[in-house]
Write a protein that binds this ligand. Structure first.
Ligand code: HEC
Ligand code: HEC
Ligand code: HEC
Length: 159
């Protein structure tokens, strides 16, 4: 389906900004609570974190269509979390008994691959695109549009 703008989303389902940031309570089908500020992204309880949790600025990303990230969302039902059962719900990379490579879909059930693939993937490709256009863009105000971090500490700050 085509991408939905935030205006259309508001019209479709009626968005309620959450009072407590990071806690999103999906109500009935008519109402959805959308965290507008920072969502702290952490590994599942079974993983001993090697890196600091990611302070994800959800609202700063609303320049993008919601279903860029919430890619299974069709616009009428409440949005569910990334690690929902059957989605990116594995805490380790699945192993295969035979020597064959793990297929892509399996690899993305590992939550870390899913996050890194989507988060770093977009920041990287946007940076590349902008650098390609840099010669045409400079001369405006000399500044290039900002993209997200691609280095580790840009997302996992040093503790
Ligand atoms: C750049 C990616 C990205 C974009 C764009 C984005 N979100 Fe999110 N959103 C996330 C992530 C990551 C989470 C945290 C999910 C989790 O905790 O599993 C989240 C969480 C949520 C939640 C809470 C889900 C839950 O766990 O109950 C809602 C609701 C939500 N987003 C709505 C929206 C809406 C509406 C838009 C468009 C205006 C939007 N999001 C745009 C990445 C994004
Ligand atoms: C489809 C593209 C896209 C995806 C997916 C995406 N981002 Fe971003 N991100 C951006 C852009 C564009 C900016 C710059 C926004 C700005 O400067 O306002 C940004 C900025 C950021 C920043 C810097 C915010 C700041 O204060 O300067 C962080 C941190 C970040 N993203 C983390 C994440 C994480 C974590 C995810 C995955 C859950 C993610 N991003 C997914 C496009 C994306
Ligand atoms: C654009 C944001 C972003 C960047 C850049 C990024 N990560 Fe992550 N990373 C995440 C998110 C989101 C998660 C899932 C939440 C979590 O587990 O903290 C994650 C999870 C992890 C995890 C699993 C959880 C843990 O703490 O053990 C490791 C390890 C990790 N990242 C290491 C790295 C390393 C090393 C780099 C640099 C090469 C890096 N990350 C760069 C966003 C990012």
């Amino acid at each position: 389906m085509r991408s939905l703008s935030i205006v259309e989303v508001v019209l479709l389902i009626g968005i309620v900004a959450c009072a407590a940031l990071g806690t999103a309570v999906a109500g009935d089908d008519e109402e959805m609570c959308v965290p507008m500020g920072i969502i702290t992204l952490e590994p599942p309880d079974s993983v001993e974190a090697k890196r600091a949790a990611v302070e994800f600025q959800h609202g700063r990303h609303f320049i993008l269509a919601c279903n860029t990230c919430h890619h299974t969302w069709e616009g009428a039902e409440p949005i569910t979390g990334c690690m929902t059962a059957g989605c990116h719900d594995l805490d380790t990379l699945p192993r295969k008994e035979d020597a064959k490579a793990i297929d892509k879909e399996q690899a993305f059930r590992y939550y870390k691959n899913a996050y890194h693939g989507q988060c770093i993937g977009c920041h990287k490709s946007m940076k590349e695109e902008i650098q390609k256009m840099a010669s045409t863009l400079t001369g405006m105000d000399g500044k290039l549009p900002t993209t997200g971090p691609t280095g580790c500490i840009g997302c996992h700050p040093k503790e």
